[in-house]
Structure formats: C-alpha cells, structure tokens
Unconditional design. Structure first.
Length: 216
C-alpha cells in the first residue's frame, strides 16, 4: 500500500492529472481505504508541491498543475467516501474569499487547496465578496478563522472594513490576509492577526496562530 500511495503522491506533486485519477482508482480497487488515498496520496502530494514552492524550486504554474491534479483525484475518490471521511471533515472552519472589488481568484483557489490538504474545512465565498457577506458566513458557520485575499491596492479599504466588522463578531475570529499589495506591516495596520506571503504558507500560519493545529 505504501508504494502505491507514494507513487500517487509523486503524481500529484508532478501535476500528472490522468495518472493521479488512474492511481486513485487502482488504489481503491486494491482495497486501500478512501481516507488513506486522500491523506497518504493526494494531500501528501500537495504538501510536497507546496514545500517545493516555498523553497522556490516550484513556481506558480507547477503549483497550479499540482492543485488541478489533486482536485481531479478528489473527484475520483469522492464517490467512495462516507460523509465523515472527507478531507475537510476534521479541521477548523475557515471562511475564505476575495474582498469586494476584486475578481482575481488564482491565489484564493490555491489557498483553499492547501488548507483542505491539511484537514481544514473551507467555506469558499468566491470573489468580489462584500464585508457583510463574510460576517454573515462567520456567524452561519461558527467559523474560527477568516482568510481574505486581494490582488488590487484599490480594494484595501474593503479589506479593512471586512476586518473591522469581523472584529465586532462574537466570538471574534482569527483573521489572516494575503495578496500582492500586502506586506506584514500593512496587514498589521489593517488589523489582521496574520499575513501569508504565499498560498503554501497558509496552513502553517493558521497553525501558528491557533496553536496545536485545527480544531472544531
């Protein structure tokens, strides 16, 4: 089993979508538990790709290919999963989205994949999300973490407003932000708890903020 999962992880890391789907199906047919296919193969492969990206051995195109391969694998495994076995089923809930006025979603989509690969439940609100919608979903989901993204300097007032409204909610969520116009100093000025320079860093930043890892 270990060899098959190792090969699956490598295929994800290398962005080989068709091979990933074939290996997922072969593993399931061979009796490997769906949960193990997810964690030991798909999620581990995405983590490896993220580590390469953090070390500047991978760049955005390679990370995107790995993300697409992982998603294809998850679709292949999904029919075999019981509801309690999904990759998102055990972690803290993260409300994620691109702030009002911005429709760039590549970075946000990568953050979603990286968080799901680490066991977080992600509520993806998409792009051009008003501040009030973020707060509505925080209440609705009982989420402990809010993750905001933008690629445009012109949307920083919307991000600031979103953070302000989030700070007024009970319980107050942890807020992390990321995107091209941001720096650690600017993120702090906006009122965020954490700043992510890259999508791959999102899980470790959240874990550092919450302590021992995702909890419900």
């Amino acid at each position: 089993m270990k060899e098959s999962l190792d090969a699956l992880a490598r295929a994800v890391m290398e962005g080989l979508e068709e091979e990933v789907v074939a290996r997922c199906r072969k593993s399931l047919e061979g009796g490997v538990e769906p949960r193990e296919v997810l964690r030991g193969g798909l999620c581990r492969g995405m983590r490896l790709a993220g580590e390469l990206y953090e070390r500047h051995e991978y760049f955005l195109p390679e990370l995107l290919l790995a993300s697409e391969a992982m998603q294809a694998g998850m679709h292949a495994v999904a029919p075999a999963l019981r509801p309690s076995e999904s990759a998102e089923g055990e972690g803290a809930t993260v409300v994620l989205g691109v702030v009002k006025g911005d429709v760039h979603e590549i970075g946000k989509n990568l953050v979603k994949v990286m968080l799901e690969a680490e066991g977080f439940r992600v509520v993806d609100l998409g792009v051009d999300v008003p501040p009030e919608r973020f707060v509505e979903e925080l209440h609705k989901r009982g989420a402990a973490i809010l993750a905001l993204s933008t690629m445009m300097t012109t949307t920083l007032p919307a991000m600031r407003r979103t953070v302000e409204l989030a700070r007024e909610t009970e319980p107050c969520p942890l807020v992390i932000v990321g995107g091209a116009p941001l720096t650690p100093a600017l993120a702090a000025d906006l009122g965020a708890d954490g700043y992510g320079e890259s999508a791959a860093s999102a899980p470790s930043i959240i874990r550092a903020l919450v302590g021992s890892g995702p909890e419900s």
